[in-house]
Design a binder for this molecule. Structure first.
Ligand SMILES: [Zn+2]
Length: 417
């Protein structure tokens, strides 16, 4: 019994093990009120004289020795001066739920390591019980989290589920400070309204206190960030720009490949298995892939020229001065515009249009780490993929806060795992 919490005003009366066919079925811990201590009103938690008792009820507690365990107790009704006759305050549960706080915390903690379905299976409970437990845990954490000292914020869109409808995108807001990286908010869609809703939920103090905001070149985000957090330095995310460049190279490769194949040229074969080598950083391609890549570069094919432009752009991030970085950007865009490669021309036009925001990367002087948003995005994908079992968007949202929100945890639930 030393693993079971003590509650002031209540006494553990007896423990009973029920068996079926010689196998332990469940454990019941019978609780009675302490004779000398008054029950408390469930509304105001002040002591009040007893009125009568309700029938016994069961609350699911943390399994002991792997056996489902329940609290059995007949709640009193008390007569509060202010609230009249009400059910007493029950310290191990919020009254309505048939699961104790301890068990909800227990399930919620395990639901971070296992999928919700696995958690339900291992602890012989329902998926619904796990969901409700995590929900309670997250709501408590969101209500009690501290939002001071949020200096850097990352805003991003995440694709979710199947298809490209507006509802298949999520807007996520991260804190990306070196001392704390976490998910602050997530909402459906990627419109201006969504982001405004998110910033409003975080509150004006957080938004006004921002020093850096990091985002993609997605127009609705740019608009809202400029309007709401104008004081912060807005930096475009390096990882998104790399993604745009990679997509452009891949487009060139695919169209060149089908063009050559249509003309019956053997060279089409050469492009076929190069996709991953082309998308990696050139310096990281080794071995046979390297030989193939070198042969391609020597060939002067369109794909080779596109790849070379992409590789050249990496120099951009190594500048120290805004002035030199700006000069490099001009030079790169000039070359890309003359490359006769439409996908790269498109990237060049986009970079030119956002030149000031791009150069803010150098004005931030290394205070924003390049990989943070990417890293958090990858973690989100792990959850949304695991979310196969999540039946609703709401359940997935809760799972995201649960795993990435770094939320504080209710203390009343002592640790079992
Ligand atoms: Zn009261």
């Amino acid at each position: 019994m030393n693993r079971v919490q003590r509650f002031v005003g209540f006494i553990y009366q007896e423990v009973q093990m029920h068996s079926r066919k010689d196998k332990p079925d469940c454990i019941e811990i019978r609780i009675r009120p302490h004779g000398g201590i008054l029950g408390r009103c469930s509304q105001c938690q002040r002591p009040a004289p007893g009125y009568d008792r309700l029938p016994e009820r069961l609350w699911l507690f943390v399994p002991l020795w792997g056996i489902p365990t329940y609290f059995r107790y007949a709640p009193r009704r008390v007569e509060c001066v202010e609230h009249g006759v009400v059910v007493e305050h029950i310290p191990w549960s919020d009254g309505k739920r048939p699961v104790t706080y301890a068990m909800m915390g227990f399930l919620a903690r395990w639901a971070r390591r296992l999928s919700w379905r696995e958690t339900a299976q291992v602890f012989q409970t329902s998926w619904e019980a796990v969901y409700r437990s995590v929900e309670w845990f997250v709501q408590w954490g969101l209500a009690n989290r501290a939002l001071q000292q949020v200096e850097s914020m990352g805003v991003d869109e995440i694709h979710w589920g199947h298809g490209l409808r507006a509802d298949n995108f999520l807007t996520v807001i991260y804190q990306i400070d070196a001392h704390c990286r976490r998910l602050l908010w997530v909402g459906k869609r990627r419109s201006e309204t969504t982001l405004r809703r998110g910033l409003k939920a975080l509150g004006p103090e957080v938004v006004k206190g921002l020093r850096f905001v990091c985002s993609d070149m997605w127009k609705p985000y740019l608009n809202v960030i400029a309007a709401e957090a104008g004081q912060a330095l807005h930096v475009l995310d390096r990882f998104h720009i790399t993604t745009h460049l990679n997509q452009a190279v891949d487009q060139v490769r695919r169209s060149e490949c089908s063009r050559l194949r249509a003309a019956g040229k053997a060279r089409a074969q050469r492009l076929k298995h190069l996709r991953w080598s082309l998308l990696r950083r050139g310096s990281r391609v080794r071995g046979r892939a390297r030989q193939k890549l070198d042969a391609l570069v020597a060939s002067k094919m369109a794909t080779a020229r596109a790849w070379e432009l992409k590789e050249t752009f990496f120099h951009f991030w190594h500048y120290k001065s805004v002035l030199w970085a700006g000069a490099f950007l001009d030079y790169w865009c000039y070359r890309a515009m003359r490359s006769r490669l439409d996908p790269l021309k498109k990237v060049a036009r986009m970079l030119r249009a956002h030149e000031e925001l791009l150069l803010n990367w150098f004005r931030a002087k290394g205070e924003i780490s390049a990989g943070t948003v990417e890293g958090l995005n990858n973690k989100i994908r792990v959850v949304t993929r695991r979310s196969y079992g999540f039946r609703t968007y709401e359940a997935m949202e809760i799972a995201l806060y649960h795993t990435l929100g770094r939320l504080p945890e209710p203390e009343s639930t002592h640790r079992f795992c």
